[in-house]
Design a protein. Structure first.
Length: 143
């Protein structure tokens, strides 16, 4: 099992791809950290997982919350082997009809929040001899 005893952090894990990844990594014996804004949904996902799983809810746009989440993960596990940046939002409207504030919100969550979390995790991965980072991008559907 490729991920046996690996510490894997999945953002956006309360539904969709993130939830499915949590189940798959758990089936391979990984130690999981699952995050999203929706704590109740994260608890539901955790209840369906039979391996070690830490729930860390936070809003990825809140840079202080991100810093606190990274600290909590390191205090609990001591390392992060894999970070799956899956948190994101999408927009389903014509580009011409989409307000600039919505475009900014998409960039804030799908780009800047991902970069911020990655930069916070990287030093710990480097101290530990490396790691893997995956980014799953939400499709923006401007017609």
């Amino acid at each position: 099992m490729r991920f046996q005893d690996k510490t894997i952090w999945i953002t956006g894990a309360s539904s969709g791809i993130g939830e499915a990844l949590a189940y798959q990594f758990a089936a391979e014996g990984a130690k999981l950290i699952i995050s999203s804004r929706r704590e109740q949904e994260l608890q539901r996902v955790k209840d369906n997982i039979r391996s070690e799983c830490l729930v860390i809810p936070f809003d990825s746009k809140d840079f202080l919350a991100v810093e606190n989440a990274v600290t909590a993960v390191i205090e609990h596990y001591g390392k992060i082997d894999v970070l799956v940046n899956n948190a994101g939002i999408s927009q389903r409207s014509l580009a011409i009809d989409t307000q600039a504030l919505v475009d900014r919100e998409i960039m804030e969550i799908n780009y800047f929040a991902t970069i911020n979390l990655t930069k916070k995790v990287l030093p710990y991965m480097m101290q530990n001899g490396g790691g893997q980072i995956a980014v799953i991008s939400t499709r923006i559907s401007h017609k």
